[in-house]
Write a protein that binds this ligand. Structure first.
Ligand code: PFF
Length: 457
């Protein structure tokens, strides 16, 4: 049996493993490698890990299976999908579609930074990247190089998308994802065996209840939920799009479990690389695991510089980050391309060219926001931070909240069950998904939406 997308000539995944690896490729990205480890370190190590895993198998599972089922059942891009479920919810499709339009450009800008570091380490110049951070601020502070690297990353992403779902996305994911796993395991084993890594491992894996309060627990849950969203590529139309390319005969439930294991596994492994390594380097100071770009582009180059074989470890590390970022940007771009193809009845190549043009304009705002236009801010934020904030903190929770209302209360969770049962005799997660969609996810989304406004996390 062909997928509904294949029937309509859009192309589709040719195998279950191809779908799972592509969706896992979307999920495993920059979020897993630098965001997860520092959040885990900040919110009590093992406690964060436990809360994250519980949320992944409940909240994450529900939202992911819902989105993939919507995609497979409608066979449409995110805009068409929500419209065909209920006309009154057409606006939701548009809102979800706007998220990858905002994220793809700045994600490619950061992808470009990763390429710069990859070439720096591979060229034996890793020592230059170490130091007080002036290498990084000097690099992003002048527009020329970041523009070149941004375009290289953007064009590489677009080339894969142009090749189509099966020949481009599926083929590249089947190659890149196994490589990524091997590289991650390799560096994790190496950094865990460094002298003094044990302290970092304990810090990362064992729950830390020092100064523990109820407020702290709530903040940890909110942070873990936010991260889950980001990490699993939810509420931005990606899983709806990939679901529309999925074959009808493949198991939805099993596929979602496999994607989750992949995504969470790589995140936990990334922590095993980063937390012990930074611990050894800083002499046991957890504060060195600072947030944001500083961790990846300033702290880690220093860590690599200080370790035996750091040049090689640094190169391998940035190859792995580049692979992870690339498979995610491919999924972000494919979502935009699928919308343009469907809305304007265009073929893939022209739709890709339009997407490149949009990304070029919005991406340049992010590049210039750190250099020539660094005086220009939006609500006190630079362009890149602003794009990140409105998409992740505002639009994505709203999309997820309204999706839960739509499926939990308007169509009823049977909408998901019917699609699961197309390829299975039993929907094991039925009770869980029903309770989550109708009540728990809705409460969770409201918490995510209001937390940044009531407390400073
Ligand atoms: N899930 C991917 C990651 O963890 O990096 C892709 C992604 C998610 C990109 C959310 C951007 C984003 F805002």
């Amino acid at each position: 049996m062909a997928s509904s997308a294949e029937v309509k000539g859009k192309g589709g995944f040719g195998s279950k493993i191809g779908f799972v690896l592509a969706a896992a490729g979307s999920a495993v990205g920059l979020g897993n490698i630098w965001r997860f480890p520092y959040l885990a370190a900040k919110y009590g190590g093992g406690l964060f890990l436990i809360i994250y895993i519980i949320l992944a198998v409940t909240f994450g599972f529900t939202l992911m299976i819902t989105e993939i089922a919507i995609g497979r059942r409608t066979g449409k891009s995110v805009i068409g999908a929500y419209k065909s479920i209920d006309k009154r919810f057409s606006f939701l499709g548009w809102l979800a579609a706007l998220v990858p339009v905002i994220i793809t450009p700045y994600y490619c800008v950061i992808g470009g930074w990763v390429l710069k570091y990859l070439f720096t380490f591979a060229g034996g110049m890793g020592t230059e990247a170490a130091g007080d951070g002036s290498f990084f601020s000097g690099f992003i502070g002048e527009a020329g190089q970041p523009t070149v690297y941004f375009f290289v990353f953007l064009i590489l992403t677009a080339l894969v998308v142009m090749l189509g779902v099966e020949k481009g996305i599926e083929r590249i994911s089947k190659f890149m994802m196994p490589v990524l796993v091997v590289l991650t395991l390799g560096i994790a084993i190496y950094t865990m065996t460094l002298d003094g890594a044990g302290g970092g491992l304990k810090y990362y894996l064992l729950p830390n209840f020092d100064g523990f309060t109820f407020e702290k627990l709530l903040k940890t849950i909110a942070a873990a939920m936010g991260q889950l969203f980001y990490s699993m590529s939810l509420a931005m139309g990606i899983m709806v799009t990939y679901g529309s390319y999925m074959r009808k005969q493949d198991s939805l439930e099993k596929s979602v479990r496999q994607i989750e294991v992949f995504d969470t596994g790589i995140a936990v492994l990334a922590g095993l690389i980063i937390v012990p390594a930074v611990f050894v380097f800083s002499g046991g100071d957890a504060g060195a695991l600072n947030a944001g770009p500083g961790l990846m582009f300033i702290t880690l180059p220093n860590v690599f510089q200080s370790m035996l074989g750091g040049q090689i470890v640094g190169t391998v590390f940035f190859v792995l980050v580049a692979l992870a970022a690339m498979t995610s940007s491919i999924s972000l771009m494919e979502t935009v391309v699928s919308i343009i193809m469907e809305k304007f009845k265009l073929r893939r190549i022209p739709a890709c060219l339009i997407t490149i043009a949009i990304c070029a304009i919005l991406g340049m705002l992010s590049v210039l926001g750190y250099s020539s236009w660094d005086k220009v801010t939006l609500f006190g934020m630079q362009f890149l931070d602003f794009f990140d904030f409105i998409s992740n903190n505002i639009m994505m929770p709203i999309v997820a909240l309204i999706t839960c209302i739509l499926i939990g209360w308007v169509t009823k969770p049977k909408y998901i069950e019917d699609e699961v049962l197309v390829s299975e005799t039993k929907f094991r997660g039925k009770k869980l998904v029903t309770v989550m969609l109708k009540f728990v996810c809705i409460v969770c989304m409201i918490i995510i939406l209001i937390t940044p406004f009531v407390t400073k996390l």
